[in-house]
Design a protein around this ligand. Structure first.
Ligand SMILES: O=C(O)CCC(=O)C(=O)O
Ligand SMILES: [Fe+2]
Length: 523
C-alpha cells in the first residue's frame, strides 16, 4: 500500500503532500555524498548509508555484517528492482532564523588592530562575570562575543571561545567540556564584539583573550582533542557529554551496538530536522530503521501483549495499554522479546544525537544546514509557507532558541514506553506531555517527572497504515489557537520528535491495532 496520502494538513484536507513531494525533495537535497538513494517499490526511500550501519548493528539478510556499501547497493537493487538515483550537486538549506554574516575578506592586520581596540581584556571582563545559567538566559551576550568559562570560583579559566551567537555557543561549549555535576559552578565572562564583526576580527579577539590566560585552558584542550578525533557520542546509558568514552572509534565502523545506534539516530536527526524541531516545535522523520528491524519489533510487541504484559493505566482520556521497558535491561539477543531492543536502543540514542547536532549547529558560522537527509519529511515550515503571518515571528524565534538551548543537555531516560491502541476506536485526548501549569507533572523522582521532559521521541511500528485506520498523531500547531493541525500517520519507521512543553497533541481514534515506542528525553 502506497503511503502517498499520509499527510493531511488541516483545517481542511485541501493540501495533501504526496510521496512524490518527498521524492523530489530527497533528490533535490541529495548532496555529493558517496551514497545513493533508492526507492523501494512505492513505499520507501532508503538512505543506504544508514542501511549499512543498521546492518552492522541489526543483522539483515540483504546486508550481512561487513559487506561493503557498494555491495549493499547492488544487492538491494537486485533484490527489490529498486530505482537508483545518482548523486546531484549538494544543496544548502538556510535556516530562516539564522543571521547571515557577510563574508567579504578583511585584511587580518587591520582586523586585529580594530578588535584589539574595541575588546576589553579578559581581566576586565572577569570582574563582571556571571553564573552560566544567567549568561545563557536573556541577560547573556546578545550577539557576537568573545567569552570565557571560569571555574574554581572564577579563579581558573576553563575555556575561551568566540562566536557570532555567543549565548548559544557558550552553552554548547559548557555542555561539551564541563561535567554535568560541575555545571552549576561555572561563571562566564564575556565582551561583546561589534555586530558587523567578521571572522578575522572574531579570531583576533579570541587570540588576544587566550594569549592573556597564560596557560592552556582545559576546556580548549578537550575541544581540540575532540575536533581531532572522529565525532562520536557516549553510550545512551552514560549520557554525560564530557564522558571520557568520547575517544571512541570511527564513524564508519561502530564497534558496539549502542555506538551504531547513536550513528543511526545522528544520521536521522539531520541539522535540517533539528532546525525544524526548534523552529516549529516538532519534526517528522521517515525510514529511520529498516523494515525487518521494525517488523521484528512489532512481533515482539505483539508477543508481549499476548503474555498480558501490557496494561491500561486507567487514565481518563487515554485508551492505550502500555508496557515499560528499562533502558539498562533491554531484552537480550536470542530471547523472545529481543526484537524490541534495536528500536529501543535507537530511541535511547536520540539525546546523544541531539547533543552532537547542538554542538555542531552552535559552531556553524552562517546557519548553513548542509545536505538534507532524505528521511526528513518536514513540518510546519511548509505550513508556514501556506499560512504566512499566523505565528508572530518574535514569539516563534524565542521558542526556537529555548528548544535549542535544551538540546545542549538532552539526556536519555531510564525507561521507554511501548503503547498499543487496540483498534476499537482507542484514542488519547489532546494534551501536553510536560505541562508547566499542571502541578501533577512535578510529582515523582527527579528524572522521572513529566516536568523534566524536554523532547518526546516516538517511533511507530505499523506497516501498511491506511487512512481508514485513523489513529493519526494530531499535532496542534502553535500560534494558531489550535485551529490548525497536522495529522501524522503512525507508519512503521517513522519517528516524530516534539518539544513536549510546546506541542499540544492527541491520538485520533484508531481502528486498527497501533503500536508506538516512546522515549521522553529529559533536559
Ligand atoms: O502515540 C502517539 O502518537 C502519541 C501518544 C502520546 O501522546 C502519549 O503517550 O503521550
Ligand atoms: Fe503525549
Amino acid at each position: 500500500m502506497s503511503r502517498g496520502c499520509e499527510w493531511r494538513w488541516g483545517p481542511s484536507d485541501s493540501a495533501t503532500l504526496r510521496r512524490s513531494t518527498c521524492r523530489s525533495r530527497a533528490l533535490r537535497h541529495h548532496g555529493g555524498r558517496r551514497t545513493l538513494r533508492v526507492t523501494h517499490g512505492q513505499s520507501s526511500i532508503w538512505h543506504l548509508g544508514i542501511w549499512h550501519l543498521a546492518s552492522r548493528a541489526f543483522p539483515h539478510p540483504f546486508f550481512p555484517a561487513r559487506k561493503s556499501l557498494s555491495n549493499a547497493v547492488m544487492s538491494l537493487a537486485r533484490a527489490t528492482t529498486a530505482e537508483i538515483w545518482s548523486p546531484r550537486p549538494p544543496a544548502t538549506v538556510r535556516r530562516p532564523s539564522s543571521r547571515r554574516i557577510a563574508r567579504a575578506p578583511v585584511p587580518r592586520a587591520a582586523a586585529e588592530e580594530r578588535a584589539a581596540s574595541v575588546v576589553p581584556t579578559l581581566e576586565d571582563a572577569t570582574r563582571d562575570a556571571v553564573p552560566l545559567a544567567e549568561a545563557i538566559g536573556p541577560s547573556g551576550p546578545p550577539g557576537a562575543a568573545v567569552f570565557a568559562l571560569l571555574v574554581n570560583g572564577g579563579t581558573r579559566v576553563h575555556y575561551v571561545g568566540v562566536a557570532k551567537d555567543a549565548s548559544r555557543a557558550l552553552a554548547a561549549a559548557a555542555s561539551a567540556t564541563v561535567a554535568a555535576d560541575a555545571m552549576g559552578d561555572v561563571a562566564v565572562a564575556w565582551a561583546n564584539l561589534p555586530k558587523s564583526s567578521r571572522k578575522p576580527a572574531l579570531q583576533a579577539a579570541w587570540r588576544s583573550w587566550l594569549g592573556g590566560v597564560g596557560y592552556a585552558p582545559e576546556g580548549n584542550a578537550m575541544a581540540a582533542r575532540a575536533a581531532a578525533e572522529p565525532p562520536t557520542s557516549p553510550s545512551p546509558s552514560s549520557p554525560s557529554p564530557s564522558s571520557p568514552s568520547r575517544s571512541s572509534p570511527s564513524r564508519s565502523s561502530p564497534s558496539s551496538p549502542d555506538e551504531a545506534a547513536v550513528e543511526i539516530a545522528y544520521a536521522a536527526v539531520s541539522k535540517e530536522a533539528v532546525a525544524s524541531l526548534c523552529d516549529d516545535g516538532f519534526v517528522v522523520l521517515d525510514d529511520v530503521l529498516p523494515a525487518d528491524v521494525l517488523a521484528a519489533c512489532l512481533d515482539a510487541a505483539n508477543a508481549l501483549k499476548r503474555s498480558r504484559k501490557t496494561v491500561n493505566v486507567g487514565q481518563e482520556g487515554r485508551d492505550d495499554s502500555i508496557a515499560v521497558l528499562a533502558g539498562d535491561a533491554l531484552p537480550a539477543e536470542g530471547t523472545a522479546l529481543a526484537g524490541l531492543s534495536p528500536c529501543a536502543r535507537t530511541l535511547l540514542a536520540v539525546p546523544a544525537a541531539l547533543r552532537r547536532r547542538h554542538v555542531e549547529m552552535a559552531a556553524d558560522e552562517d546557519g548553513s544546514l548542509g545536505d538534507e537527509d532524505g528521511r526528513y519529511v518536514g513540518t510546519g515550515r511548509r505550513w508556514r509557507g501556506a499560512n504566512q503571518g499566523a505565528n508572530p515571528p518574535g514569539e516563534s524565534s524565542g521558542r526556537a532558541e529555548e528548544t535549542m538551548r535544551r538540546l545542549a543537555t538532552a539526556t536519555a531516560p531510564d525507561k521507554l514506553m511501548l503503547a498499543n491502541y487496540p483498534g476499537d476506536g482507542a484514542r488519547y485526548v489532546a494534551h501536553l506531555d510536560n505541562d508547566p501549569g499542571d502541578p501533577r507533572h512535578s510529582e515523582g523522582e527527579p528524572g522521572l517527572r513529566a516536568s523534566d521532559r524536554a523532547v518526546t521521541a516516538i517511533l511507530y511500528l505499523n506497516p501498511d497504515w491506511e487512512e481508514s485506520h485513523g489513529g493519526c498523531l494530531r499535532v496542534h500547531l502553535e500560534g494558531t489557537g489550535a485551529k490548525t493541525t497536522v495529522d501524522v500517520a503512525p507508519s512503521a519507521g517513522r519517528m516524530v520528535l516534539f518539544d513536549c512543553r510546546r506541542i499540544v497533541h492527541e491520538v485520533l481514534p484508531s481502528h486498527a491495532s497501533r503500536w508506538a515506542m516512546t522515549a521522553w528525553i529529559n533536559d
